[in-house]
Design a protein around this ligand. Sequence first.
Ligand code: NAP
Length: 268
Amino acid sequence: MIRVVVSGAYGRMGREVVKAVCKTEDMELVGAADKKGEGLDAGSVAEAGITGIIIENDLEKVLARTRPDVAVDFTGPQAAYHNAISCINHRVRPVVGTTGMNPDQIQKIIELSETAGIGGLIAPNFAIGALLMMKFAAEAARHFPNVEIIELHHDQKLDAPSGTAIKTAEVIMEQREGKSFQEPVSEYEKIPGARGGEFEGGIRIHSVRLPGLVAHQEVIFGGLGQTLTIRHDSLSRESFMPGVLLGIRKAMRLEKVVYGLEKIMFEQ
Ligand code: NAP
């Protein structure tokens, strides 16, 4: 039985994780933390029935008392960094879905986990279809001279562009052997930002935020007389759960924190 704590248990993703863990035979929910919802039953909040696991506002205390195998984090970028460090200090495997941590923070977590010999995972996208979208985009990157990324999310999302869009741009650039994409020769932006954010290598990223959306992304390649569009849609937050459960199980066997679910899905 894998003993799991959920951090951000009152949030939209945290609730989904609570529900998924409660329904999974080889996992047990042993603790829940969040700044909000203190004193409430995590299962009731998640509409998964009463679990007896009460949401507390201090993750450190939850980790010290429950000594879980894994702590899943869906909070915010600043909290996620400190939570991951706390996990490693308590010898608990962090499985982090929170996006928006900077590369230095991610590197620091990986280094600390390696020194401590603690497995874990940081995954900006747990949707298996999204990982395939990135894999296919990486394949197409070698064959097209132009590309733009459009990511679309619900209007409560805090960071822009999304972690997935940045990760997609990174994997695309890895295939280019230092060669930039073409950009239109001369442009005049009548409204600043109309052409999106500029990632390295000439990749433009556009962020759309609207109520009703969950998480969606299009990678559009352009070439002579043709375009190729690779699109993925997460239609509900449940779409992330198979990836989260896979991440929890794999974290048990890793010896350091790994960045990207694709590392454990496609490479091991
Ligand atoms: P959300 O509904 O705002 O939930 C986050 C929860 O964490 C909130 O209740 C928040 O409370 C709480 N929190 C913030 N700081 C905390 C702290 N220091 N200690 C304890 N709890 C804290 O957000 P969400 O939609 O669930 O998304 C959470 C994160 O997951 C975001 O970074 C999002 O981009 C990411 N995400 C990742 C994936 C993936 O596949 N990896 C998929 C979807 C979303 P307050 O509101 O009071 O701050």
